[in-house]
Design a protein around this ligand. Sequence first.
Ligand code: ZN
Length: 108
Amino acid sequence: MKRPKGPGLLVEVLAELGAGRIYERFISDDQMFVHGETVGRTITVNPAVAVADTCLHEAIHAVRPAWSENYVRRTTTFLLRRLSDEQIQAVYSEFQKRAKKRPARRAT
Ligand SMILES: [Zn+2]
């Protein structure tokens, strides 16, 4: 496996994120899910797709606990592709309203 480019790149990337040219906005695209985009050095992140994906995925686990991880992943993608932009934004909005904060922990 190829090693990452080393700490130099990571330091640069983290400094870029810290520079403050970062925005949040929903980004719509007819062909694919867009998680973010960069114009010049302005970064825009669209967290709605990733959050909606994760919410659907975990909710499928909750209602179909016997399903395998791979089947849950495939079904998540199937369901996510059937959501409109408005529905994805609604799932994200509901998540922001309803999610109760917990301290960080390691995955089991
Ligand atoms: Zn899973």
